[in-house]
Design a binder for this molecule. Structure first.
Ligand SMILES: Nc1ncnc2c1ncn2[C@@H]1O[C@H](COP(=O)(O)OP(=O)(O)OP(=O)(O)O)[C@@H](O)[C@H]1O
Ligand SMILES: [Mg+2]
Length: 260
């Protein structure tokens, strides 16, 4: 689905991503782990077009997508989740989903003048789709709640829900489990597994919670100091000497308890 070759991103001479190469198999739920500052978020941001790479190449299904802006990648089905923007917090959860760009066909002048009926129909369809997404995520009771008033974990679910309003192929999730309680984290894990099985989504998941990674991810890629150290099952990764060394001082084992 995605190949990354020799990717570099430097910030004023410091290489946050330092020649990373990896590939993400179609249909996989790939975990991306590594100590704090390893370059995971930066790698995501470069792949998703938020940051321009200093060097290297990214392809999606064989097509060069290096440096394309986020909205173009979005139309190709490559999505990364973002926190609910401040100005969206006063809108309901349902409205937040209905606002996802690309979920509705554009409001052109032509539509406004000649397509009122069609727009009304479309809005009904959009509303139904949003409700279906909320139901899928088991939070249909939050449909009319303001996005600013739901819990941090529920917000994470809503962020994931936004990717379901369009036909995503690959979704990048950066620490979906951060600050989320165990029950909600399981719900998020279930949603990811179901989207993967039933809708053929490919996922790349950054997470410090190793129980979560172990439950949903195969393979797991470990980064440190801007480079890819190892790839394999979580058990293989945990037994890898270089990985253990990279985590020394922070402790891979302790990370498991972080969200407990
Ligand atoms: N905009 C920036 N300007 C300068 N340095 C940056 C910038 N963004 C990230 N860095 C640095 O790049 C390195 C990698 O950061 P990054 O956020 O990608 O790490 P990470 O693996 O996501 O870490 P964490 O697990 O803590 O989220 C860090 O040393 C960070 O300080
Ligand atoms: Mg990060």
């Amino acid at each position: 689905m995605i190949t990354v070759e020799g990717l570099e991103k430097n910030f004023g001479g410091f290489y946050a991503v330092d020649g990373a190469s990896l590939s993400i198999a179609e249909g996989s739920i790939t975990g991306l782990i590594g100590p704090n500052g390893a370059g995971k978020t930066t790698l995501f941001n470069v792949i998703a077009g938020v940051l321009k790479p200093s060097n290297g190449r990214v392809t999606m299904q064989g097509e060069d997508i290096t440096g394309l802006p986020p909205h173009e990648l979005f139309h190709k089905g490559l999505l990364r989740t973002f926190q609910i923007a401040h100005e969206f917090e006063s809108m309901s959860c349902r409205e937040n989903l209905m606002m996802v760009p690309g979920a509705q066909s554009g409001e052109t002048l032509w539509n406004t003048w000649f397509g009122r009926k069609r727009i009304a129909n479309e809005e009904r369809a959009l509303r139904a789709k949003a409700d279906e997404v909320l139901e899928f995520l088991t939070v249909e009771h939050l449909a009319d709640h303001k996005a600013g008033q739901i819990s941090g974990g529920q917000k994470k679910l809503l962020e994931l829900g936004r990717t379901m309003m369009v036909d995503a192929k690959i979704v990048f999730l950066d620490e979906v489990g951060a600050g989320v309680n165990r029950t909600l984290l399981n719900t998020i894990g279930d949603a990811i597994l179901r989207l993967n099985k039933e809708r053929n989504y490919t996922f790349v998941v950054i997470e410090h919670d190793m129980d979560f990674i172990g439950r949903i991810c195969d393979p797991v890629i470990c980064m440190a100091e801007g480079k890819v150290l190892a790839e394999g099952t979580l058990d293989e990764i945990k037994a890898n000497e270089q990985v253990i060394e990279a985590y020394l001082g922070t402790g891979l084992k302790n990370k498991t308890k972080e969200n407990a």
